[in-house]
Every structure is written in structure tokens, then in C-alpha cells.
Design a binder for this molecule. Structure first.
Ligand SMILES: [Zn+2]
Length: 448
């Protein structure tokens, strides 16, 4: 059915991204063609690299452990969670569905929604993808934050079809305010205040660079969340946090959401730490790139390479690419050699393999730019190099193309627009806090 819009879209995607190697169908098709050279130059580049060193295979190092709060919420209320992905330059909607193990039937259904092609067939103008799943892992909602500031929402209706709605981002949606005090776990306290599991996780994500929600909360800390009411639906899914505040003993953290889907302080400073792409401090030669469908140069088996290798002399300094803490600092792993695993914020994990020297210990807090170790040739490695891995929400991603937090503040016109758009939220929180929080704090101090 060449007239079918979905078929046309797929054909176009296939043409444009026929070198995108993570699609089994593309690989299978490609391999069946006589005289086909796999991914054009990749295999030749790889075999050159192989003489220098053998890149590590996935099965030899377990996936990093999940954030405890995330695991807990997924087990208790998995289906409510908004999952998030920031597409990089090379992404298309096919690879996105493949890499996230989403159902292709849902993708077909998305393309059936009216005007959907305009938004789905090209992710270049998509800033952020967010989605919620039913318990059976099928798609319930998909939301695209466009670079224009528009939000495109696909919602599955009772007929199991997706309907598409567009919001311009100019108007502040109706919102509901939730406030509470933390006693025991954040999860219990926030649930008691009527906050959904999805919003609790979002709250922890917003402040991931300021606070470790697994460790840094104290009894008596208070929270205030302004949640978009317009996205609430009968299936138990709710909307985004528009603004959030956390009152701790010495500090008040405030975040407001802008039309780009990111959270800033009321002054327009981004809440996320900046994230450097290069842990070696400078660009070095990539000897073997990230490739989920890489074939072993000798056996021909598919052996994904979930990291980036830089060929550098033994003893080259490795720096923390962002603030974080050390989850693992192990020596003599049979494959990884001496290696470090670091958690950066709540959503990111980075790993550094084959090191000659470890300068950090497990549990240690590090700041961006701290020296954490020196490169080497330990473990399963046949030449000096750094094997570097980046995981976002537990998924291995290509650090060379991933969209990383810039930490850049809003400036000029953008700052003016931001302040105008978010002023009502800040005012609402100020009013609430003067009523509830400051008053109650005064009371408690006068009583004691
Ligand atoms: Zn490698």
C-alpha cells in the first residue's frame, strides 16, 4: 500500500537513515544484499581499531544499577511514570521505538492520527519526547516538546486510537497546588499529600543536581508542587510539574518550567549542572565509536559496542564530566580492568574502563572537573585506551551525539519571555509560602 502515509513515512525514514545500524530490519536487509559492505566504512574502521585494541563486549560488564527511588516507584506505580528522552541529531522515531523496546504497533497507530506525520517523521525540531505506558508496556500517551515551544500530545482514546492535541505554550494551563511535609520517606509523604507517583519522580528529577533524594532529605522538609491540571485524565495519568519548591532547613530550592520543557530558577538559571562530552579534558581520536550493531571483525557476530573508545597513552588524566558520586571504583575486573562507575544527577551514569590508576573511592562525592583516575590498558584490552560509557535512564547512549545538559542560563529576549511566562507561578508559590510555610515556621520557633 504505497499510498498509506505510514508506509511512505517509513520508506522516507528508511532512505534517510539506511545507515542507522540499530534497526534489525535494516541490518537484515542489508546483509542479504550481495556484495554489501556492512555500514560502508564501519567495519573497516573497526578492523583497523581491532589491531590496536579489542573493544569490550556488553556481556562482560553488568548494566549499572538503577536509582533506588526510580526502582521503588517503578515497582509500585510503574505505569504512571512519565519517561523522557531527548533525541539527538541521528535519531528518528523508528530508532527511538527500537531502542526503548516500544511496540511497533503503537508506532503504526501514532502515524494514523491526523496530522501526526508532520511531527513524527522528523525529530529535528523535537526538543524532548515524553511518554507514559500502560501496564502491558503499550503506549498510553506520547508528548513532544517542539523547539517552537509547542507541545504535541498523542493520547490513546477508548477506541484505542491516538488523538493529537497541540498546545502553544503561550497560555498558562490550570494547575493544582500540592503541599506537604516530609516525614519518613518522600514517597509516603508526597502520596499522603495527594501527589501522583509520576509527579514524585519528576520532582526528584527536577532537583537531581541540587539534592540526592535518596539521602539528602530531612524530616520536616516541606515541598510545594504546582501541577498542570489540564492533562489529568480518567485513566489515572496526570500532568507535568509547572513549578516546585523544596524548603530545607538552610535553603529553599525553586524551579519553574519553561516552554522548552526544562526547569529553571525564577532568575532564569538552569537547574542542571553542565555536562562535558569529553572526560579526557580535550578531544582525542575516537578509535572505536558507539555502535549497537557492531560486528566482531573476525567472528562476524553482532557485538554491540556500548561505549566510545579513545586511543590515548597510559597515564592520561580522566576528569569527572559533571558533578556526581562514585558508585564503583574496582580493580582487576577480568574484562573492565580497573574501572569507575559514577552517578551524575539522578538520570545519568558514566563508566571509565581499563584505567591504570584510580584517584577516587566508592561513595565519594565529585565535582565536575575533578581528577578521578588515569587511563591504562588493564583488563580485556590490547592497547592503551579509555572505554567510556554513558547511560541515560539506564539506557546506553552515544556520548558523541547525546543531548547533554548545557547548564546555560536564559539571556536577553528569552529571559524576558521566561519571566513573563512564569511570573504567575512564582507569585502563586510566594503567596502560598507566606500563608503556609513561613507562618508555620514562625509558630514552631516561637513555641520552642
Ligand atoms: Zn570500548
Amino acid at each position: 500500500m504505497p499510498a498509506n502515509p505510514f508506509f511512505k513515512a517509513c520508506t522516507r525514514l528508511f532512505d534517510r537513515h539506511h545507515r542507522s545500524s540499530s534497526l534489525p530490519v535494516v541490518v537484515a536487509l542489508a546483509l542479504s544484499l550481495p556484495g554489501f559492505t556492512y555500514a560502508n566504512s564501519d567495519i573497516r574502521k573497526e578492523s583497523g581499531a581491532f589491531e590496536f585494541h579489542a573493544p569490550l563486549f556488553d556481556s562482560e560488564l553488568d548494566a549499572p544499577e538503577q536509582d533506588p527511588l526510580q526502582s521503588f516507584i517503578e515497582q509500585n506505580a510503574g505505569q504512571e511514570i512519565w519517561r523522557e528522552y531527548r533525541p539527538s541529531e541521528n535519531d528518528n522515531v523508528w530508532t527511538f521505538f527500537q531502542n526503548r523496546s516500544l511496540s511497533e504497533l503503537d508506532l503504526i497507530d501514532l502515524f494514523k492520527a491526523e496530522n501526526s506525520q508532520a511531527y513524527l517523521s522528523n525529530l529535528e525540531s523535537v526538543e524532548n519526547i515524553r511518554y507514559q505506558l500502560y501496564q502491558n508496556n503499550r503506549l498510553a500517551r506520547l508528548s513532544l516538546t517542539m523547539t517552537s515551544g509547542e507541545t504535541i500530545l498523542f493520547q490513546k482514546n477508548e477506541d484505542s486510537l491516538f488523538t493529537l492535541s497541540i498546545s502553544s505554550g503561550d497560555q498558562l494551563p490550570e494547575f493544582q497546588t500540592f503541599t506537604g511535609e516530609i516525614h519518613g520517606s518522600l514517597y509516603e509523604s508526597a502520596r499522603k499529600a495527594g501527589v501522583s507517583a509520576s509527579a514524585i519522580l519528576q520532582f526528584a528529577t527536577i532537583f537531581q543536581w541540587q539534592i540526592d533524594f535518596n539521602k539528602d532529605l530531612r524530616a520536616g522538609d516541606r515541598f510545594e508542587l504546582l501541577i498542570d491540571d489540564s492533562l489529568k485524565n480518567s485513566q489515572g495519568f496526570d500532568g507535568d510539574i509547572l513549578a516546585a519548591r523544596l524548603y530545607q532547613e538552610d535553603e529553599i530550592h525553586t524551579a519553574v518550567r519553561y516552554s522548552d520543557g526544562q526547569y529553571y530558577t525564577p532568575e532564569g538559571k538552569m537547574l542542571s549542572s553542565s555536562f562535558s562530552r569529553y572526560p579526557l579534558g580535550k578531544k582525542s581520536r575516537v578509535s572505536s565509536g558507539f555502535n549497537l550493531a557492531r560486528k566482531h571483525p573476525i567472528t562476524g557476530q553482532v557485538r554491540p559496542h556500548r561505549g566510545t573508545d579513545w586511543a590515548v597513552p597510559v597515564g592520561t588524566a580522566v576528569y569527572a564530566p559533571a558533578d556526581g558520586f562514585i558508585v564503583k571504583a574496582q580493580t582487576n575486573h577480568p574484562a573492565a580492568g580497573n574501572f569507575i562507575e559514577m552517578r551524575n544527577g539522578r538520570r545519568y551514569v558514566t563508566r571509565y574502563l581499563h584505567l591504570s590508576q584510580l584517584n577516587v573511592k566508592e561513595g565519594q562525592q565529585v565535582r565536575k572537573g575533578d581528577l578521578i583516575g588515569k587511563t591504562g590498558n588493564t583488563g580485556l584490552s590490547t592497547g592503551p585506551h579509555l572505554h567510556y560509557e554513558l547511560f541515560v535512564d539506564g539506557q546506553a547512549v552515544d556520548v558523541m551525539t547525546a543531548k547533554l545538559p548545557t547548564g546555560e542560563p536564559l539571556q536577553g529576549d528569552a529571559l524576558t519571555r521566561f519571566k513573563m511566562a512564569t511570573q504567575p507561578l512564582v507569585t502563586a508559590m510566594d503567596q502560598d509560602s507566606s500563608k503556609k510555610f513561613v507562618a508555620s515556621k514562625d509558630n514552631s520557633s516561637s513555641e520552642s
